[in-house]
Design a protein around this ligand. Structure first.
Ligand code: FPP
Length: 246
């Protein structure tokens, strides 16, 4: 497809993270069960994945299920897990030369979902164009706590000294150690919060919030988000003048 807005092809965010919110409301507003919203949501994952690949994005990281989502009604959790087992297909990844990864604790997932995810990771591991990650049974506080525990264990075993723990060490001990930090974080569905997602990694990300529910967030909405990103000045703690002077 054509770019809907004039996008600067030399300034496409290389790493995009998405909080896909609004599936439930999308369905409820149509008098449908919440599960229909999740089914549409998965269709949209395919659509946005293809478009990101076409635009040259290198890392796309999508929040699919947080550690807190286990508190949802059992039937809804079951639908989400089943969707992951059924809809995670190698085809779209192989067609687009995409590597699939997951961030989060997959040990606690139902065996059929875990098996499908592990197969998909294995089958796509040599693909190079883009890495798509689901964040499934993920939360940032869980990940940071785990990294701290690892550091203490390594120190107690005498492998590292406290002064060896720096930002690089922390980044390398997070689930996301294979990717670059998000340049752009998108949240659909109208809420203005980050919901325990990539707290460390989003230190300098540009945030884009929109009211559109995830199933309706199509290519043109992605283009709007990228166009907004391209109008931002990323300063990384410097002054605007320093950045423009290079
Ligand atoms: C938020 O909508 C969405 C989720 C909790 C689940 C998102 C998961 C998917 C789209 C499935 C991903 C699957 C694959 C195979 C990648 P919500 O239910 O919180 O919506 P609401 O805020 O309107 O209630």
């Amino acid at each position: 497809m054509e770019d809907i807005l004039e996008l600067d092809r030399n300034n496409i965010p290389q790493s995009i993270a998405i909080i896909m919110d609004g599936n439930g409301r999308w369905a409820q507003e149509r008098g449908l069960p919440r599960s229909s919203g999740h089914i549409q949501g998965v269709e949209n994952v395919t659509r946005i994945t293809s478009e990101c690949a076409r635009l040259g994005v290198k890392f796309l990281t999508m929040y699919a299920f947080s550690t807190e989502n286990w508190n949802r009604p059992e039937a809804e959790v079951e639908v989400l897990m089943q969707l992951i087992a059924d809809k995670l297909e190698d085809e779209i990844f192989m067609k687009n030369d995409i590597r699939y990864r997951n961030i989060g604790d997959i040990e606690k997932l139902p065996p059929s979902s875990r098996k499908r995810m592990l197969e998909c990771m294995e089958n796509t591991k040599n693909n190079k164009r883009m890495t798509v990650s689901t964040a499934l049974n993920y939360s940032s506080r869980w990940e940071l706590t785990k990294a701290m525990r690892d550091a203490v264990r390594e120190a107690q075993a005498g492998h590292i000294r406290p002064e060896d723990i720096n930002e690089e060490y922390v980044s390398q001990h997070l689930e996301t150690n294979f990717m670059t930090d998000p340049d752009l974080l998108i949240r659909t569905g109208g809420e203005l919060r980050i919901s325990n997602y990539l707290l460390w990694q989003c230190a300098y990300s540009e945030f884009y919030f929109c009211d559109t529910y995830w199933p309706d967030f199509h290519e043109e909405d992605l283009h709007k988000a990228i166009a907004a990103y391209q109008h931002r000045q990323r300063r990384f703690g410097m002054t605007g003048e320093q950045v423009t002077k290079g």
